[in-house]
Design a protein around this ligand. Structure first.
Ligand code: GLU
Length: 310
C-alpha cells in the first residue's frame, strides 16, 4: 500500500465505560496507525439508542484522552446516519439482492434451524422466494435481508492469519434492516468505514466472523476492502471473557489505582510488545510496535497483579 495514507478507526459503542479489553484493542489500533504516521478516526456506534447515551460517548472521549490515544477527527455518530444507510439500502435493492423476511424470532431460533458449532445461526432462506401474494398475507412489517452467495472469502488477518468463510454456508442471507427500521451493525460499519476512507480495521477477535460479511457488502457497494487485524480477547484468570459487566475492571475503576503509563506498560507487555510491564507512553511504544510481535491467542489477564502495580 505504499504511497497510500493509512486511516484507522476507533469504533466504540457508548454503552458503558471501556473495560480492559476495549483499551487493549484501542491501543493496538492506535499504535498501528501512529507507527505509520496515519490518521485516526473516532466514530460512536450508537445504533442501539436504548443502550447507548451521549454521556457515555463524552466519557469515552475523555477516557481516550486520559489514555493518550488521540484521534484526528470524529465522524458523525451512527444514530445520525439514517440517510446514508438508506442510500446504501437502495443501492443493494437496485442490485436485486434485497428481500423482505417475515420470520419471527422464535421461528428463526427453532431447534430445526441450522446452527454452526460456535452457535451462529444460519438463515435457511425461508422468505427468499416468496411471491408478492404470499408477502401480502403477512400483516407485520418485515426485516430486510440481502442475498449472499457461495463464494469463499479469505480474510488475510494481520493477527489471526487466514480466515475462510462461505457466507451461504456459514451465515445465510443477512439482515441489513430490522423490522423496526433500524439498520444493523454490518451495514452501518461498512458504509461508515467506506465513507471515512478507513484502510485498516483493528478490533477484538469476537468480530472476526463479521469481516467476510463486511467484505461482501463492501464489494456490493463499490467500496474498497480495508486490511484487518482481529486482536486477542483478554480473559479473566477463570477463563471468563472480560466485559462491560465486570465493573471492577472498567476504566473508571482502573483510573483510581493506576497511571495511564502503568496501564499502557501492562497492556503492551501482555501483547508481547515489551519484555517487562514497565510504565510507558503510547508515543514511546510506536517505536516498538510491529504486528509480527502480536500473539493471536487469548490473553489471560492477571488483573490482581495489574491493580497491585498502582
Ligand atoms: N462497536 C463495536 C464494539 O464496540 C466495534 C465494531 C467494529 O470495530 O467494527 O464492539
Amino acid at each position: 500500500m505504499a504511497g497510500l495514507v493509512t486511516v484507522g478507526r476507533f469504533a466504540p459503542t457508548p454503552s458503558g465505560r471501556m473495560h480492559l479489553g476495549n483499551v487493549f484493542a484501542a491501543l493496538l489500533a492506535w499504535l498501528s496507525v501512529r507507527s505509520r504516521d496515519g490518521e485516526m478516526v473516532l466514530r460512536m456506534e450508537d445504533l442501539d439508542t436504548q443502550r447507548t447515551s451521549a454521556e457515555y460517548a463524552e466519557t469515552l472521549r475523555r477516557d481516550l484522552g486520559w489514555l493518550g490515544l488521540d484521534y484526528d477527527r470524529e465522524t458523525p455518530a451512527q444514530s445520525t446516519r439514517k440517510n446514508a444507510y438508506d442510500r446504501a439500502f437502495r443501492q443493494l435493492e437496485e442490485l436485486g439482492l434485497v428481500y423482505p423476511c417475515y420470520c419471527t424470532r422464535s421461528q428463526l431460533h427453532s431447534v430445526n434451524a441450522p446452527h454452526l458449532s460456535d452457535g451462529t445461526y444460519v438463515y435457511p432462506g425461508t422468505c427468499r422466494n416468496l411471491t408478492d401474494g404470499e408477502r401480502a398475507r403477512f400483516a407485520r412489517p418485515p426485516a430486510w435481508r440481502v442475498r449472499v452467495d457461495d463464494r469463499q472469502w479469505v480474510v488475510q488477518d494481520w493477527v489471526q492469519g487466514e480466515y475462510r468463510c462461505v457466507l451461504s454456508r456459514d451465515c445465510g442471507d443477512m439482515v441489513i434492516r430490522r423490522a423496526d427500521g433500524v439498520y444493523v451493525y454490518q451495514l452501518a460499519v461498512t458504509v461508515d468505514d467506506g465513507e471515512a476512507g478507513v484502510t485498516e480495521v483493528v478490533r477484538g477477535m469476537d468480530l472476526l466472523s463479521s469481516a467476510p460479511r463486511q467484505m461482501y457488502l463492501q464489494e456490493l457497494l463499490g467500496l474498497p476492502h480495508p486490511e484487518y487485524a482481529h486482536v486477542p480477547m483478554l480473559l479473566a484468570a477463570d477463563g471468563r471473557r472480560l466485559s462491560k459487566r465486570d465493573k471492577d475492571l472498567d476504566l473508571g475503576e482502573l483510573q483510581k489505582h493506576l497511571k495511564p503509563e502503568q496501564l499502557m506498560g501492562w497492556l503492551s507487555h501482555a501483547a508481547g510488545l515489551i519484555d517487562r510491564p514497565e510504565p510507558v507512553s503510547p508515543r514511546e511504544l510506536t517505536k516498538e510496535f510491529s504486528w509480527e510481535k502480536i500473539r493471536g491467542d487469548h490473553i489471560f489477564a492477571d488483573t490482581q497483579a495489574l491493580l497491585n502495580m498502582g
